[in-house]
Design a protein around this ligand. Structure first.
Ligand code: GDP
Length: 138
């Protein structure tokens, strides 16, 4: 079983989409093995997205990520990392396939409702950035 890390971003929480998003997650065979609702500080968002620090959108994106409550999640499933990215859809909702979360719910490339790890190494880093082992219950 593989684990991946996910976030329902502030724009998704703000628009009361958490339930709709998690309904899709569970119906696609993912098990939610950790979940917490919190608000990221600007510094936490900057450190989390450190790989993007030289991007022109970095300040705006990390401001958006720290603008309101988020739901932090760990999902478990065979092939969880790739399957969650598929269910999320492309980063820019304009490019996302029909039936994906970003196509159906995202407002823009920045307000794109969800995050998902993009590799095994990223998933390990991202899960441990937010969760203690004792908070993850398979
Ligand atoms: P992801 O893995 O699909 O979330 O995409 P990336 O890791 O490439 O980017 C991280 C996040 O930065 C994305 O989910 C977007 O919210 C944001 N982002 C990426 N590209 C842009 C951009 O060109 N403009 C803005 N404003 N935000 C962006």
């Amino acid at each position: 079983m593989e684990k991946t890390f996910a976030i329902i971003k502030p724009d998704g929480v703000e628009r009361n989409l958490s339930g709709k998003i998690l309904e899709r997650v569970e119906s696609q065979g993912f098990k939610i093995v950790a979940m917490k609702r919190t608000r990221l500080s600007k510094v936490q968002a900057e450190n989390f997205y450190d790989v993007h620090k030289s991007q022109p959108f970095f300040d705006s994106m990390t401001r958006s990520m720290s603008s309101g409550p988020v739901v932090l999640l760990v999902f478990e499933k065979e092939n969880a990392i790739a399957d969650w990215r598929k269910l999320m859809g492309a980063t820019n909702p304009a490019d996302a396939e029909a039936g994906t979360i970003r196509k159906d719910f995202a407002e823009s490339i920045e307000r794109n409702s969800v995050h998902g790890s993009d590799s095994t190494a990223t998933a390990v880093f991202e899960i441990s950035y937010f969760f203690a082992q004792s908070e993850i219950l398979s």
